[in-house]
Design a protein around this ligand. Structure first.
Ligand SMILES: [Cu+2]
Length: 664
């Protein structure tokens, strides 16, 4: 049986009174020993205040069954970016009164009031749901006073539209406050994706949302494994802090994550009072006997790997980073920042309510969040019930045992490693080559820099070439620990590299002269020709850190040919030598295709891509424990200027305003 890729619901306005009445009724029944109730899946959306979200979409018809042969649509979205308070007046008496929580028009987050940055007032931002091949048009209006921003469409390769990739000063000018920018591109890459501001603090403060590109059942090789692919079955998981990082510079240095949220909501555990506030748990509704596709997104901008498990249910993984994989059964998922997994949950257990739990790691250590998987006809789950509490504790104990440390073998089980089986016949000849046309070895590590003093930054008498170190180096007394790629700190140019290359000062590019300095901050660009098979070996040297790192390449899906931890600090030269002796094994048969890769601590990962998408593509560490220091990133410049599509007409320009200085 082919999958029903989408299940149409009734008109929202007609459904709303019925569902509200139903939930009120359910609340009444709750006091009478919680008899069985029946909730339609669409109730989940309404209970999350999704009505307003839908009203803002001018192309609601874009979330539709995606069928072969149907004409692509132009799907219009309007995004207004603005600061909002969580738990504002629209929340009424929520948290506290569950009925008002259902009817509220506000973002709860974890129930603690703070300023967030929002897309259309929502957390997460308005969902973009389209069919493969649709044209997506997003008009962004920024009311982020005093801030500039840009939106990146994580998972879209922007083939033919590199100017829409949303990296400020690389692919476009930043969107200034009170201005508008139109993103327009074809949603060529089906799958589970998300969008986010490319400024880490804006992303952490709430500017992110799901981006779902469905495809026809005929084009999804795993479509016969599920019956439903519902809008409501998207899980976007994100860390949440009680301070707005954008406005609180001190918190940027030492980010404290307060909660992990599922779809922008969740309870908060107060470590001082050792109490947890009551935020109604998200409910994912299913019907016994059916199989449901769930789309799970780790939208973390911070260093937060997320472990997910559903009580009493196995998870069948069918896709990762938007790419279908050979179905694999797993007890749990582990998603690193930026990763997406599509899973099938079969509602084949006793009709009841089951916990769905996420546990954070690294920067989100000791944080967890729960939701319910509720069968149609089940007793409404009551989280304070003793039986429910004990099953929650049992699930948590199992998960912590499985993954007491990220380096545990059980944490990322064997079957998950091997899940990404790609049919060999689908690999191009280039991808099956034993040796790539070009190899790059990219080391990265955390380096300690002593505090800089005034003489390092004394440029009073230098008019043109100042030793202008960034302020975070000399605004402190203690040494600073900086994650760097190849001992370089990435510096953004004053004009977009892609759309205004002529405006980028050549002196900004990384040079030997810069590398010889005490600290080198420069525009790190690596050039590759068009249409070559390129291996990139990322080496996590591990002299200054014991952490794995997650890297994401824009513009490409790549094959993850292999990765390994050596368990001791390593140097890139050692890895290069081993590779020259053929000691680094490459899986050229069934390697997974991804856009986000984990490089293990004190180890390496080998990725392979065929450079057929010209552009200036950011290769970035997805996770950071601090906003200070620019982060680890570099540009892969594929092809020459002549290979690029023309810059769109009326594309905004920006740059230095600087007249020559005359010294007499
Ligand atoms: Cu991306």
């Amino acid at each position: 049986m082919g999958a029903r890729c989408w299940k149409p619901g009734g008109p929202l306005l007609l459904v709303l009174p019925n569902v509200t009445a139903l939930l009120l009724l359910a609340g009444t029944f709750l006091m009478l020993n919680w008899p069985a109730i029946s909730i339609r899946p669409s109730a989940v959306k309404l209970s999350r205040g999704g009505v307003r979200m839908e009203q803002l979409e001018k192309s609601t018809s874009c979330s539709r069954p995606c069928l072969d042969g149907r004409k692509a649509k132009e799907c219009y979205f309007k995004f207004v970016l603005e600061p909002r308070l969580t738990v504002n007046r629209g929340c009424s008496k929520c948290p506290g009164n569950d009925t008002e929580c259902v009817e509220r028009h506000c973002s709860l987050a974890d129930g603690v009031q703070r300023v967030m940055l929002s897309v259309n007032g929502e957390l997460p931002g308005t969902a973009v749901r389209v069919c493969e091949g649709d044209i997506v048009v997003v008009d962004v209006t920024s009311h982020l006073r005093g801030l500039e921003t840009a939106l990146h469409w994580h998972g879209q390769l922007q083939r033919g539209s590199p100017y829409m990739d949303g990296v400020p000063m690389i692919t476009q000018c930043p969107i200034q406050s009170e201005t508008r920018f139109r993103y327009k591109f074809r949603a060529s890459n089906a799958g589970t994706h998300f969008y986010h501001s490319h400024y880490v603090s804006h992303h952490a403060d709430g500017i992110f949302g799901p981006f779902i590109v469905r495809q026809s059942p005929q084009r999804d090789p795993n479509s016969d494994l599920y019956d439903y692919d519902l809008d409501e079955h998207v899980l976007i998981v994100s860390p949440w802090s009680h301070k707005a990082l954008t406005y609180d510079l001190e918190s940027q240095e030492d980010i404290e994550v307060s909660s992990v949220l599922i779809n922008g909501e969740g309870s908060h555990f107060n470590p001082e009072s050792r109490t947890r506030n009551h935020i109604p748990k998200t409910r994912f509704l299913v019907k016994w006997g059916d199989r449901y596709r769930f789309r799970v997104i780790n939208a973390a901008s911070l260093d937060c790997p997320i472990q997910l498990q559903v009580e009493g249910h196995e998870l069948t993984i069918i896709a990762t980073d938007g790419v279908p994989v050979k179905p694999t059964t797993a007890s749990h998922l582990l998603l690193f920042p930026g990763e997406r997994y599509d899973i099938v949950i079969s509602a084949n257990q006793a009709i009841s309510s089951y916990w769905l739990m996420v546990i954070g790691h690294d920067q989100c250590k000791n944080l967890h969040q729960e939701a319910f998987l509720v069968y149609d006809g089940a007793i409404l789950p009551h989280e304070f019930n003793e039986a429910t509490k004990s099953s929650l504790n049992a699930l948590m104990a199992t998960m912590m045992k499985t993954c007491s440390s990220l380096s545990d073998a059980t944490c990322r089980p064997q079957e998950m490693k091997e899940l990404h089986k790609t049919d060999v016949q689908h690999l191009s000849a280039e991808q099956q080559k034993p040796h790539a046309d070009m190899k790059l070895y990219i080391p990265f590590d955390v380096y300690v820099y002593d505090a800089f003093d005034d003489k390092d930054v004394n440029f009073r008498f230098m008019l043109e070439e100042s030793i202008n170190y960034p302020s975070y180096l000399y605004n402190r007394k203690a040494p600073i620990r900086l994650p760097q790629v190849d001992r370089l700190t990435f510096k953004y140019p004053p004009s977009p590299l892609l759309s205004q290359p002529e405006s980028v000062p050549k002196g900004m590019l990384c040079s030997d002269d810069c590398r010889r300095r005490k600290f080198c901050e420069c525009l790190h660009v690596i050039h590759t020709p068009l249409n070559v098979t390129l291996d990139i070996v990322l080496v996590n040297e591990g002299h200054g850190s014991n952490h794995s790192s997650t890297f994401h390449l824009h513009g490409y899906n790549f094959l993850v040919l292999g990765s390994e931890s050596l368990g001791r600090p390593i140097d890139v030269a050692e890895i290069q030598l081993s590779d020259s002796h053929g000691l680094l094994s490459r899986n050229l048969v069934d390697a997974p295709r991804k856009d986000t890769v984990v490089v293990p601590s004190k180890g390496y990962a080998i990725i392979r891509l065929f450079t057929d998408n010209p552009g200036s593509w950011l290769f970035e560490a997805r996770s950071t424990s601090s906003v200070i220091g620019g982060g680890m990133q570099f540009i892969v410049q594929v092809g020459e200027q002549t290979h690029l599509p023309p810059v769109p007409s009326d594309f905004p320009r920006c740059g230095d305003h600087k007249k020559p200085i005359f010294v007499f």
